[in-house]
Design a protein around this ligand. Structure first.
Ligand SMILES: C[S@@+](CC[C@H](N)C(=O)[O-])C[C@H]1O[C@@H](n2cnc3c(N)ncnc32)[C@H](O)[C@@H]1O
Length: 266
């Protein structure tokens, strides 16, 4: 769907639909370990302090471990339903806005800006990527660190080609990839997500909604980062265990992790 200002709202539509069952569908993701790993990675590139802006926070799976570690969290997401769930977990102390990362306002000067679990792949052009990265850069403290991940070709050739079914709370959650396994660098891939009741008449069926993600080639990400005034401190590949490896291998790693900082004036 497009909004009246012409912006593509497909991610909002997709997450409004999946929100009520998002945590069930992703319950196998170990964020405590992932966040520890990312903090250690950030620290190896100079991350200090305790303020974080979580961009595309979803239901708060990324920032909840940080809250537990004493970080001061500010967060945002484009989907009002995801934000509502995140607010319920975080409590009233934490500011969580409904906002679009392509039009980020200035929330402050953060030690850490995070954009996790392929939120950035919902942006479909170099221009959108650059807009979002500029907004993230503008919210960084001078010595702050931006960490984000982007899905690799492996993810679009596997998860976006597969049918994944999770049964939970009397419902069948169905992810159906549509790429057929053939995906070129920079391609937009689609999958649909729907919900069926396990027993007839016990729950409402939720019709399919499309998730549309773009694979961002490393050269394009690096160009967008440079245009946004950000320097790459390190790029790592990982599989589902989240352990960072160098160099990134698009044929075996499922995500690449970018650790970036504001560029230094010469
Ligand atoms: C796979 S979820 C990840 C959520 C969270 N970061 C996590 O790790 O659990 C991707 C999130 O990105 C959000 N998103 C996608 N496009 C966005 C945009 N333009 N601005 C803000 N959030 C966006 C979606 O609404 C969704 O909550």
């Amino acid at each position: 769907m497009q909004s009246t200002d012409g912006a593509d709202r497909h991610a909002e539509d997709a997450y409004e639909q999946i929100a009520p069952v998002y945590d069930d569908f992703t319950s196998h993701h170990d964020y405590d370990t992932w966040i520890d790993t990312l903090l250690a990675l950030g620290a190896s590139h100079g991350l200090r302090g305790n303020t974080v802006l979580d961009v595309g926070c979803g239901t708060g799976k990324g920032f909840m471990p940080l809250l537990g570690l004493g970080w001061k969290v500010t967060a945002l997401d484009i989907s009002p339903s995801m934000v509502e769930l995140a607010r319920a977990k975080a409590g009233p102390e934490v500011r969580i806005d409904v906002a679009d990362m392509r039009e980020l306002q200035n929330y402050g000067s953060f030690d850490l800006v995070l954009c996790l679990d392929d939120a950035i792949n919902y942006l479909h052009s170099a221009a959108e990527l650059e807009q979002a990265l500029r907004g993230m850069a503008a919210n960084l403290a001078p010595d702050g660190v931006l960490i984000f991940d982007s899905n690799t070709l492996t993810t679009y050739r596997t998860f976006f080609a597969e049918r994944v079914v999770v049964e939970s709370h009397g419902r069948r959650l169905i992810w159906q990839g549509h790429t057929g396994g053939h995906v070129e660098p920079g391609q937009i891939s689609e999958a649909t997500f729907e919900v069926e009741p396990l027993a007839p008449g016990t729950d409402r069926r939720v019709p399919p909604e499309t998730h549309r993600q773009r694979h961002h080639p490393e050269a394009e990400l690096r160009a967008a980062l440079a245009a946004a005034g950000l320097e790459v401190a390190g790029v790592y590949g990982c599989t589902t265990d989240g352990v960072p490896h160098q160099p990134v291998d698009e044929d075996t790693h499922t995500k690449s992790i970018y650790v970036t900082r504001l560029g230094r004036a010469e």
